[in-house]
Every structure is written in structure tokens, then in C-alpha cells.
Design a protein around this ligand. Structure first.
Ligand SMILES: NC(=O)c1ccc[n+]([C@@H]2O[C@H](COP(=O)([O-])OP(=O)(O)OC[C@H]3O[C@@H](n4cnc5c(N)ncnc54)[C@H](OP(=O)(O)O)[C@@H]3O)[C@@H](O)[C@H]2O)c1
Length: 255
């Protein structure tokens, strides 16, 4: 039975994905940011393969989270789902990073480096990643005036590029990025126009399906259809620069 770890499974798309996979009899490891937020998992936790706790804005907690996952055992798939959207300020973390970068980019990078390598990796991107193109010089927003939308778009370009980098350099892993559409979660808000169910069925399908269409690597997906990602995301030179920057910012080499 496949075992799947889903970050940010207390709410929204992560929680919905966990529910559908558990309903199908899969083993799912759930994640909450704090013990208090784990209360939101009280209905799912009894049937889960584990609940791990850690705030992804903290490098130390993210590393401890990876340890907790590894103690449970090797995952067949990891869905890097947790994310934040429009942070009103840089909201500098204890490690000195912009919170959006820390949660949306550095945490999935660190977890990818520190969790025993699974068979499948899925990263939640966004159509907004297309607006994230540009230089990596001020990736951590130390020089620029804060722009929440741009920071989010860049973070989603980063995880899209991360997914496609791993597809290139780890041929034994299926690594993909997913745009769930604009869906009515806490993040998406009530005005969201896309179908919530279609927002999570692509990542659950990529995590466990043995369909030929789902057992591919290097895709950028929307509603189970491949779409072209931003050109930078699949540019090996940009990918290499990004991996270097993330290694420098985290002190952890992934490749
Ligand atoms: N909704 C959309 O329209 C949309 C569109 C494009 C892409 N996406 C992407 O889809 C993913 C899921 O979004 P969603 O709409 O389901 O968002 P959501 O409803 O806001 O849920 C986000 C999840 O991430 C967790 N999380 C946030 N910050 C965290 C931190 N510092 N440490 C640990 N966990 C943290 C949240 O925990 P708490 O419950 O404790 O807050 C929650 O479980 C995100 O990566 C998002 O960027 C969403």
C-alpha cells in the first residue's frame, strides 16, 4: 500500500487530498504546523499512518519534521502542498528570511533534501508562477520593497523549477508540479472560480496512480492535463542557479 506524506494537511487542498487518499485506503502521513493546529486533524488522525508537527517558516522545525517523517519510514510519495499567499510584509523569520520564501520555497527544498528519497514528488505551484520570472539576485527580498504578489509568484516559479530540476537529475523519481487552479480554500477565498475537487485530484492521481499518463516526470499540470510552465522553470541554467542559491540560503546541498 503506497504511503504518502502531505504537507499542510490541516486545511484546504492538503486536507482534501489526505481525505480522498485515506478514503481509498492509502496510508497517509498528515502534517500540522503546531500541536494546536493538529487538533484540526482529530477526525483524520486515527486512520492516518502518522501525524508530524512543524512550522515550515523555521529551518530547525522543518529539519525536525523531516526526521519525524523518516522515523515513520520511507514515503512512496510526498506532496509539497503547504503554502502562504499574500503576506502583508516581508515578515522576517527567526532565520532572517522572508516568510513567503521560507514556507513556499526553502521548506520544500529542505524537506526534499532531508526526507529519504520517495518514488514520487509533487509540488503545488500556481498559474501565477508565470509572473515570477526574473533575476534570482534578491530572492530573499533584502533589497527590494516588499511586493506580496511578486514574492508569491517567484516562490511558485521556484518550486516549479525545483520539480523540473529533480525530474532532470533524479531519473529514478517521478517529479511534477501542479497548478490546482483558483479554488475556494482559506487561501483562495470564497470568490474562487475553479472547482475545488479538480484542485486536489491531480496531485492525488500523480501520487498513487499507475496509469501511464500519471507515471511520468517533469510535468507541469492543471486538471490532469500537462501545460507549458514558464520557460525559466525548465531552463537548466536557471535551475542550477536556483539550486546554488537555495543551498547557500539553507546550508543544505540537495544535489
Ligand atoms: N487556493 C488556491 O486558489 C490556490 C491556487 C494556486 C495554488 N495554490 C497552492 O495550493 C497549496 C495549498 O493551498 P490551499 O488553498 O489549500 O491553502 P490553505 O487553505 O491556506 O492551506 C494551507 C495549508 O498550509 C499550511 N501552512 C501554511 N503555513 C504553514 C507553516 N508555516 N508551517 C506549516 N504549515 C503551514 C496551513 O496550515 P494552517 O491550517 O495551520 O494555516 C494549511 O494546512 C499552496 O501551496 C498554494 O500556494 C492554491
Amino acid at each position: 500500500m503506497p504511503r504518502i506524506f502531505i504537507t499542510g494537511s490541516t486545511d484546504g487542498l492538503g486536507r482534501a487530498a489526505a481525505g480522498v487518499l485515506m478514503g481509498d485506503g492509502q496510508e497517509v502521513v498528515l502534517h500540522a504546523r503546531t500541536p494546536e493546529r493538529a487538533a484540526a486533524l482529530s477526525d483524520l488522525a486515527p486512520g492516518a499512518a502518522g501525524v508530524v508537527i512543524g512550522d515550515l517558516s523555521s529551518a530547525a522545525e522543518t529539519q525536525h519534521l523531516a526526521d519525524q517523517v523518516n522515523q515513520i519510514g520511507r514515503m512512496d510519495a510526498v506532496i509539497h502542498n503547504a503554502g502562504v499567499y499574500l503576506e502583508p510584509s516581508r515578515a522576517t523569520t527567526a532565520d532572517g528570511h522572508a516568510k513567503t520564501l521560507a514556507v513556499n520555497t526553502l521548506a520544500p527544498y529542505l524537506l526534499t533534501a532531508l526526507i529519504d528519497r520517495p518514488g514520487r514528488l509533487i509540488y503545488l505551484s500556481s498559474g501565477l508562477h508565470h509572473a515570477g520570472a526574473g533575476s534570482l539576485r534578491d530572492i530573499d527580498w533584502t533589497g527590494r520593497s516588499w511586493d506580496a504578489g511578486q514574492a508569491y509568484a517567484e516562490s511558485k516559479l521556484h518550486v516549479t523549477a525545483l520539480a523540473l530540476t529533480l525530474a532532470r537529475v533524479w531519473p529514478d523519481v517521478l517529479s511534477n508540479a501542479v497548478d490546482p487552479g483558483w479554488v475556494p480554500t482559506k487561501m483562495g477565498g470564497p470568490a474562487a472560480t475553479d472547482d475545488l475537487e479538480m484542485g486536489y485530484l491531480t496531485q492525488t492521481w500523480l501520487a498513487v496512480s499507475n496509469d501511464a499518463a500519471a507515471t511520468v516526470s517533469g510535468g507541469y499540470w492543471y486538471h490532469r492535463q500537462r501545460q507549458p510552465p514558464a520557460p525559466q522553470a525548465r531552463d537548466p541554467a536557471f535551475q542550477d542557479q536556483l539550486m546554488d542559491r537555495l543551498a547557500a540560503l539553507t546550508g543544505v546541498a540537495l544535489l
